[in-house]
Design a protein around this ligand. Structure first.
Ligand SMILES: C[S@@+](CC[C@H](N)C(=O)[O-])C[C@H]1O[C@@H](n2cnc3c(N)ncnc32)[C@H](O)[C@@H]1O
Length: 228
């Protein structure tokens, strides 16, 4: 079954199930308002039913909220409509093929998803490609590999439920995966919970091949990444 089909089948129960794991979500909401500069163009990847979308909409100038699962996006769209938000575009989109191909974003937010993707490195390469040189990636990711107990629990969950962690990160491994993808990690902490949540903020590393977008027709390779 494709990733999209698995999550389509979960969409109706997702808001109930996520409550088992979301003890750190309040803290993420506080942090994201500080870590994502107000007024920018923001892309949300793997938005699910929109657990963070309304919070992102408050800081973003424009927000594109996406998920690979059409059923998740249907619920996401409903949440955005119910909140009466204009300026949030909800789209079905894979983290592995961000569209349009020439898009550039000031911030990317991807929560509770890198560990469930079968190719997180491919997703990070795409994030790096579409993020501005002075942009920011915020990626809170559950850490299923912090100790033997969590590894065993994660393996059991994979057998008895559709929640499969393809990568059982600890915080060091999550940070290294980002560094390998061309990012500098500027903040990382483990927020406590049944599975700790690795809250990582990263920026494209200087000289990592990022492009500075100056307008629709003019793009140049950057020097050292600007920091706000
Ligand atoms: C555990 S949910 C997280 C939803 C939400 N971000 C949250 O924190 O509650 C994981 C989401 O990742 C999405 N997803 C899985 N693989 C994906 C991919 N390759 N591209 C985009 N979304 C993906 C699923 O459809 C699902 O909605």
């Amino acid at each position: 079954m494709t990733e999209a089909r698995i999550w389509d089948r979960l969409a109706g129960r997702y808001d109930t199930i996520v409550r088992l794991f979301d003890t750190s979500y309040g803290r993420v909401r506080e942090r994201l308002a500080a870590d994502i500069e107000a007024g920018g163009r923001v892309l949300e990847i793997a938005a699910g039913t929109g657990q963070f979308t309304l919070d992102l909409a408050r800081v973003a100038d424009s927000l594109v909220a996406t998920d690979v699962s059409p059923a998740m996006v249907e619920r996401l769209r409903q949440r955005v409509t119910d909140a009466g938000l204009d300026g949030v575009e909800c789209r079905v989109m894979s983290a592995y093929a961000i569209e349009p191909a020439d898009a550039r974003f000031d911030a990317i937010f991807c929560a509770n998803a890198l560990h469930v993707m079968d190719e997180p490195r491919r997703a990070l390469a795409e994030f790096h490609r579409v993020l501005r040189a002075d942009g920011v990636l915020v990626a809170p990711t559950f850490l299923h590999g912090v100790d033997g107990f969590r590894r065993a629990l994660s393996r059991s969950l994979s057998v008895v439920s559709p929640f499969v962690a393809h990568t059982r990160f600890d915080l060091a491994a999550l940070k290294q995966t980002m560094v390998d993808a061309g990012f500098d990690v500027v903040h990382a902490e483990a927020m406590s919970g049944l599975f700790p949540l690795g809250y990582v903020v990263a920026r494209p590393a200087a000289g990592s091949g990022q492009m500075v977008s100056r307008g629709p027709s003019e793009q140049t390779a950057h020097g050292p990444a600007k920091r706000p």
